[in-house]
Write a protein that binds this ligand. Structure first.
Ligand code: HPA
Length: 270
């Protein structure tokens, strides 16, 4: 794995000399955020030998290097999901790569189903912690001692400092920010009502199919991490209507403008 990572890193470094301060992973609805920043260069995932490539419709697969205000960033436009069939270590390879390129901070975004009854579709939830029990750990396998310890501490995956920054930014953007625990399941099927009930008993506020694994890999290598979910729908059983990817996409698109404003504010103040 380490050799594969180093090979991808060398592939990217051969194409660009850029040291990002922050890394950003874009979820549904934020896909075109990268088109709005000052772009320096883009690298399609397919251009990087050995790199896992996303297949989901609407997910562009590339790294965008550029500036949000004065802040140099690398953006993953289109993430890799476990449900696509990759090993978990491949799912987090791009996250690790962004860390190795020099990013010290990671901002995660996603679309999620709300399981906290006080949420409504279109809300934003700052992730205060996660439960990744429903997916294999990305750290399974021989440890890469070069990038992090065998048994990394996970007592503050989502940086309290960054959470404070996000709260302030949300106020400034006039956003009624929710806060809660994100539960990752594998997908690709949406959860059953009883899986959602279980997630609620566990202490979750939202469910999704990404993010926690990336946060774990990033913390393993010492990055400072934060995350924001866009609640695109109420999860199965919470809502009486059947779930549909179209609803997820529509809600994400409807609030994309405020999501982008919030992310810009966060990146520039991080
Ligand atoms: N469940 C899992 N993932 C999701 C959901 C959901 O309800 N909505 C958006 N992503």
């Amino acid at each position: 794995m380490y050799d594969k990572l180093m090979k991808c890193l060398a592939g990217v470094k051969a194409k660009i000399d850029f040291k990002p301060k922050a890394a950003l992973i874009l979820g549904s609805g934020l896909g075109d955020y990268a088109d709005e920043i000052h772009v320096d260069q883009t690298i399609d995932y397919t251009e990087i030998e050995g790199f896992p490539v996303s297949t989901v419709k609407g997910h562009k697969g590339r790294f965008v290097f550029g500036y949000v205000g004065e802040t140099p960033v690398v953006i993953m436009q289109g993430r890799v999901h476990y449900y696509e069939g990759y090993q978990m270590s491949d799912v987090v390879l791009p996250t690790r790569l962004m860390g190795l390129l020099g990013a010290e901070k990671l901002i995660l975004t996603n679309a999620a189903g709300g399981i906290n009854q006080s949420y409504k579709p279109g809300d934003f939830m700052m992730i205060t912690d996660h439960i990744a029990t429903g997916v294999p750990s990305p750290l399974i396998g021989p440890n890469m001692d070069e990038i992090g310890p065998r048994f990394p501490d996970m007592s503050e995956v989502y940086s309290r400092r960054m959470q404070d920054v996000i709260r302030t930014c949300a106020k400034k953007c006039d956003i009624d920010l929710k806060e809660g625990v994100y539960v990752q399941f594998t997908g690709p099927a949406y959860e059953t009502p009883d899986e959602v009930r279980l997630a609620r008993i566990w202490g979750g506020d939202a469910v999704g199919m990404s993010t926690a694994c990336e946060a774990v890999a990033a913390r393993h290598m010492g990055l400072e991490v934060c995350g924001i979910s866009c609640i695109t729908n109420m999860a199965a059983g919470i809502s009486k209507v059947q779930l549909d990817h179209k609803e997820v996409q529509e809600t994400a698109d409807r609030v994309a403008k405020s999501f982008k404003a919030l992310v810009t504010e966060v990146v520039t103040n991080i």
